[in-house]
Design a binder for this molecule. Structure first.
Ligand SMILES: Cc1cc2nc3c(=O)[nH]c(=O)nc-3n(C[C@H](O)[C@H](O)[C@H](O)COP(=O)(O)OP(=O)(O)OC[C@H]3O[C@@H](n4cnc5c(N)ncnc54)[C@H](O)[C@@H]3O)c2cc1C
Length: 390
């Protein structure tokens, strides 16, 4: 590898080494075939799960390894850096944070050990809806209380991995927006057992996208969920979801850093070996500079990811840093992807080089889980004190 790891201590270095080894056992051909046939990488996800990587953030008392966020970030970065795709399973790491922080002791004892052992998959996160988009407070999916159950009706969109998850973390309205005490109130979070729900009113419809992402639409038609599956207080769901956003931003940013390093290394190697006009193309500064610039962007974004992670681990507010890290890392990955395609010329478009696949995959992170505009809007309003725009 050309790009050296920044110093983060022995434990993280060892994690990086073993994730690299695991990823090496999945040859590029595995990812190409899955991408071509739009198949979920079950075998890879199982390997990560069995090695304990998907439960690093679950405390030891619930069967996980109780490691800090930096360990999870290193794992996801290495997955992407190896040319693999962590989108198949990254959500479990941040979704279960809502359960961990706001769930009751009984809920934690019921679910976390089974998630840690891999017997239960918590990979589906149902927030976005077709008509609300980024404006989450306008969601319409409604959970109506009837005695000991909630009856849920509505629709989610872009619910990734729903077909490959046993549980879904669902945000639904429990009070109509017009009657809620405040704009962000009146929503609640539920753990929906999809194995049960699919037998009684839940339908999942896959959405085909430009990359292999296993995303879906999910319809709720009188789906009954036990009231004991509500996390925390009724009406406080939006706050619980928000409390997990910083971890989500940091982990996605780490993935983007992994992507960026993969592209930069691939581009630099090819630029050094491809001979045109009797000399390596990388001898031309017109070829070198976009790669070097993407590298510099990657390193700067990486420092921001590390700063956000340190603040998060110290229990300090890191909204500014986590959002900034996510934006800069997604942009660095995209700059590196561009440079890599350009450096490879026509071969950048050939499936066997893996670049076109990674190029499609990394584009997502400027849109989801939060789009760049919304990050800029956050920084404008909450950090720079400019007027709220929406
Ligand atoms: C492949 C994929 C997987 C996903 N997985 C999940 C998942 O598992 N769970 C889930 O809940 N969601 C998921 N999402 C949804 C994702 O979080 C949203 O797509 C994203 O938040 C943007 O919402 P939207 O697509 O509705 O865009 P819109 O809200 O319709 O916005 C469209 C564009 O307008 C811009 N815009 C909107 N409002 C403003 C404003 N006020 N100021 C400036 N610009 C604005 C946005 O930045 C964006 O560029 C996924 C999306 C994709 C594509």
């Amino acid at each position: 590898m050309i790009i050296k790891d920044l110093p983060q201590g022995d434990e993280i270095a060892q994690i990086r080494q073993s994730v690299r080894r695991l990823c090496d056992s999945f040859a590029p051909d595995y990812w190409r075939r899955l991408d071509r046939e739009k198949i979920y990488p079950s075998q890879f996800v199982k390997a990560l799960q069995d090695a304990g990587y998907l439960s690093v953030l679950i405390p030891e008392e619930y069967g996980g390894s109780g490691l800090p966020l930096s360990a999870a970030a290193a794992i996801l970065e290495e997955v992407q850096r190896a040319g693999a795709n962590g989108a198949a399973c990254h959500a479990q790491m941040y979704i279960m944070g809502a359960l961990l922080r706001h769930g009751s002791e009984a809920q934690k004892r019921k679910y976390l050990p089974l998630i840690a052992s891999g017997e239960l998959r918590l990979q589906a996160f149902g927030v976005t809806e077709p008509t609300s988009g980024t404006d989450t407070t306008s969601i319409k999916t409604f959970a109506r209380r009837e005695g000991d159950v909630y009856v849920i009706n509505g629709q989610k969109v872009w619910t990734s991995r729903a077909e490959f998850s046993d549980l879904m973390l669902l945000l639904a309205r429990t009070t109509p927006k017009a009657e809620a005490p405040k704009r962000t109130g009146g929503m609640s979070v539920f753990i929906v057992d999809m194995r049960e729900a699919l037998k009684s009113g839940m339908t999942i419809k896959p959405i085909h996208t430009m990359m292999n992402h296993s995303t879906t639409e999910v319809f709720f038609d009188d789906v009954r969920v036990a009231a004991e599956n509500r996390i925390g207080e009724e009406g406080e769901g939006f706050r619980y979801i928000l409390s997990g956003m910083n971890a989500e931003r940091i982990l996605i940013a780490a993935e983007c850093i992994g992507d960026a390093k993969w592209f930069v290394e691939k581009a630099a190697a090819y630029a050094s070996e491809r001979i045109v006009f009797g000399r390596p193309i990388g001898q031309n500064q017109g070829v070198q500079f976009p790669i070097a610039r993407a590298y510099a962007q990657t390193r700067a974004a990486e420092l921001m990811v590390h700063q956000a992670t340190s603040l998060y681990e110290a229990g300090e507010d890191c909204g500014e840093q986590a959002n900034t890290a996510k934006m800069l890392a997604a942009e660095a990955a995209w700059a590196a992807a561009e440079a890599c395609v350009q450096t490879h010329g026509g071969f950048g478009f050939a499936e066997e080089y893996d670049i076109e696949r990674k190029f499609r995959e990394t584009r997502l992170y400027q849109v989801a889980p939060i789009s760049t505009n919304l990050i800029l809007s956050y920084l404008s309003e909450h950090v720079l004190g400019m007027p709220r725009s929406y």
